[in-house]
Ligand binder design. Structure first.
Ligand code: ACO
Length: 428
């Protein structure tokens, strides 16, 4: 990527001027390459929350938040969500191209051969309290995978990385399902490799030894779409966490566990759960205005969960697709008159017409609708973020693999603006 241009930084009157290369990607704004800034000037940059800083080069996902564009490997999310399934999208994110039918068959077969968990790992579950949050279980069990797969732990070996990637993608639904079964006290349901990825996921969540689960195609399609829409989202907080953890050479299971930890927060993947909890808290359509007023009140920390996005300031293309799925599922299951769903749709209507939300460009995000869809599918609220983690694992491993393969990769080590006490002596 040769510099297209030079940015000149003046350090003030009588001081020196510094020239920094400007790099261009294939889409999106150019970036000022500040790698030589400290050496040239003795200055660092200050950018809490990375609002103006590109932390890496990536060829996986592109977002234009103002225009509401999301591309996976160049393909618009709207086309992928309507023309592909989650396995094809996973292959695309990992390999850069959509699979041919043969490549897809081989990929699906590789994933299938890793769906089971080591029995010892299943015993690990019994150490958790039954009422543990599923994300707590996920963080622990995914991290614990590191203790089971010593045969493929050399991150500098591309084949080892591929093996770990297959394991992670294949085992995440199994781990998510057993976290759920453990929580509700039902026996674990083993994977069925005659089903496709999403059908098998639903089977492991909802079958019991006493009763077979026959997935409804509308529900399978809805969950598959949730997985596709959540599969990757460029350098978001959890993906950056995975990259930062992986930059030290940590093993992929530990890195993905770190990503799950970050995703858990209510400002990120925890928003779909927080949104449903908020709807329960509002309780009735008659109280919506009270909560809208609270969301606008600067002295009240309450925020309308499922609204707003750091990057999308006009609309979130995933939210448009998820909204469509939401109505399909509510129609199929006859749930349009359910108390909470009516409340959600009314909240959406009122917030979209409210000046505060319009001015601040706060629109329902994908998690607003995915929470509603998941509830309609019978998935308990506490599982929502775990489902998100299962989907995002594909993006995390693709980004982790890209980072490790990048010859420019360095251990991540941000600088700081120190505002503590200057050097001082301990009293004698
Ligand atoms: N409800 C009410 N006010 C809001 C909301 C909200 N959901 N979101 C932002 N605002 C207000 C802020 O108070 C702030 O107001 P101010 O300018 O008067 O100070 C303004 O809008 C900008 O908010 P920031 O927090 O600066 O925006 P940022 O881009 O940093 O935050 C975020 C984005 C974290 C998503 C925020 O909108 C939020 O907390 N939303 C609710 C949580 C949520 O739904 N998260 C899911 C994100 S999607 C995902 O992870 C897949």
């Amino acid at each position: 990527m040769p510099p297209q241009n030079i940015a000149t930084l003046s350090l003030g009157e009588g001081k020196k001027t510094i020239e920094l290369p400007v790099l261009s990607g294939n889409e999106g704004p150019d970036v000022v390459d500040i790698r030589s800034l400290y050496a040239q000037s003795g200055l660092f940059t200050y950018d809490p929350g990375f609002v103006s800083t590109a932390s890496c080069k990536s060829a996986i996902t592109f977002i234009d938040g103002d225009k509401g564009i999301l591309l996976y490997r160049g393909y618009p999310i709207e086309q992928l969500a309507t023309r592909c399934d989650f396995m094809e999208v996973s292959y695309l994110l990992l390999n850069g191209e959509l699979p041919t039918p043969d490549q897809k068959a081989q990929f699906v077969s590789s994933i299938r051969s890793h769906t089971m968990l080591h029995e010892q790992l299943i015993k690990f579950l019994s150490g958790f309290r039954r009422d543990a949050h599923p994300m707590a279980v996920m963080v622990g069990v995914v991290g614990a995978l590191s203790a089971f797969y010593h045969d493929a732990m050399d991150v500098s070996d591309a084949q080892h990385r591929e093996q770990s990637i297959f394991r992670l993608i294949a085992k995440l639904p199994t781990i998510t399902a057993i976290a759920y079964k453990y929580n509700i006290g039902q026996p674990f349901i083993y994977p069925r490799n005659d089903l496709d990825f999403t059908e098998n996921f639903l089977h492991m969540m909802f079958a019991t030894p006493a009763e077979k689960y026959t997935p409804n195609p509308v529900i399978v399609k809805a969950l598959d779409r949730i997985l596709i829409l959540h599969a990757d989202h460029e350098q978001n907080a959890s993906t950056s966490t995975v990259r930062l953890a992986g930059s030290s050479g940590a093993n992929p299971f530990a890195c993905i566990s770190a990503g799950i930890t970050c995703l858990w927060g209510p400002a990120h993947g925890g928003a779909n759960e927080a949104c449903l909890n908020m709807l329960e808290q509002i309780g009735d359509v008659s109280r919506i205005n009270e909560y809208i007023a609270r969301a606008k009140d600067k002295n009240d920390p309450f925020r309308l969960m499922g609204f707003g996005h750091r990057v999308y300031k006009n609309f979130d293309p995933r939210a448009t697709l998820m909204r469509e799925t939401c109505h399909e599922v509510l129609d199929e299951l006859g749930l349009h008159n359910d108390r909470l769903f009516k409340l959600a749709l009314e909240l959406e209507r009122i917030a979209l017409e409210d000046d505060y939300f319009i001015e601040k460009k706060l629109y329902p995000n994908v998690d607003f609708y995915s929470g509603i869809v998941q509830r309609a599918l019978g998935i308990p609220t506490s599982m929502f973020t775990a489902i998100f983690a299962t989907a995002r694992t594909v993006g995390w491993v693709a980004q982790w693999n890209e980072m490790i393969s990048d010859p420019e990769q360095k251990i991540g080590r941000p600088r700081q603006l120190y505002v503590g006490a200057p050097r001082r002596d301990v009293p004698k």
